[in-house]
Design a protein. Structure first.
Length: 170
């Protein structure tokens, strides 16, 4: 019996060495679903500030700065994309934005304990300012509210447009 107990303790001890605590923490990290990423990308697109000025220095429907695009395209595509390419190729733009939105949404889902609303708000704040917090008022607060609102709208199932042919009788 003592030998069996010693073997069990040794086995448990070795499993802790082979699988350190960080491995278990990584397994518990939240991962955004494809639907969540798509909702985030679309919400960012819909909420993008409309400057009304041609050649305003921002590119694509997501209004991305050229210096930001440079790093993002290297990270996501392993090559730099020019602002013109990004502006003129909506599929390419969506690919880069989706890659970054996925990364940031995953980070925020982990940081917020899988609180989707808080994660979306954190990503929206980061998108505008580079920080996950501090977007509670003013222009950035309004922007975060818009992104969160567009995100939530996409979560609701489309309502049926079919109406009954006759109204129920009383």
């Amino acid at each position: 019996m003592r030998l069996l107990l010693s073997g069990a303790i040794l086995s448990f001890g070795l499993s802790c060495v082979v699988f350190p605590a960080s491995t278990f923490a990584q397994a518990q990290q939240s991962s955004a679903s494809e639907a969540q990423v798509n909702r985030m990308v679309e919400a960012l697109r819909l909420a993008a500030p409309k400057t009304g000025t041609a050649n305003d220095g921002y590119y694509s429907e997501w209004q991305v700065k050229p210096e930001t695009l440079k790093g993002w395209s290297k990270t996501c595509l392993k090559k730099e994309v020019t602002p013109t390419e990004f502006e003129n190729n909506s599929g390419l733009a969506r690919q880069v934005v989706s890659c970054i939105a996925r990364r940031e949404l995953n980070n925020q889902l982990t940081a917020t304990g899988s609180n989707e609303t808080a994660a979306v708000r954190g990503v929206a704040c980061w998108w505008m300012t580079g920080n996950y917090t501090g977007c509670n008022s003013g222009f950035t607060g309004d922007y975060v509210k818009k992104v969160a609102g567009y995100y939530q709208q996409q979560r609701k199932p489309a309502s049926s447009t079919t109406k009954p042919a006759t109204s129920p009788s009383s």
